[in-house]
Design a protein around this ligand. Structure first.
Ligand SMILES: [Zn+2]
Length: 90
């Protein structure tokens, strides 16, 4: 995205063709997947930033998401599953 709509050339907040809204909705859909939005504080903040921007463009009140109880980045094994155990003892 170059700062203006690829389709109509307007500023994202002025775009009437909804192209940028659809692009951002798709990005937000991916960002909202488990393991993305709750990976770490950075990803959580970015998700809320995207929610804010999308709701501004749609003229809606943003529905922010709360931080998770645990960050995925701090519980990688719990989230991604236990790694294969390598036994030292015979
Ligand atoms: Zn446009």
């Amino acid at each position: 995205m170059s700062g203006e709509c690829d389709k109509c050339g307007e500023h994202p907040l002025e775009c009437k063709c909804k192209y940028i809204v659809e692009e951002l909705e798709e990005l937000l859909h991916i960002q909202m997947m488990n393991g993305n939005w709750n990976y770490d504080p950075y990803m959580h903040g970015m998700t809320n930033g995207m929610i804010l921007f999308l709701s501004l463009m749609k003229g809606e009140v943003p529905k922010f998401i709360d931080a998770p109880e645990k960050w995925v980045s701090e519980n990688r094994e719990e989230f991604f599953g236990r790694q294969v155990e390598i036994k030292d003892e015979p």
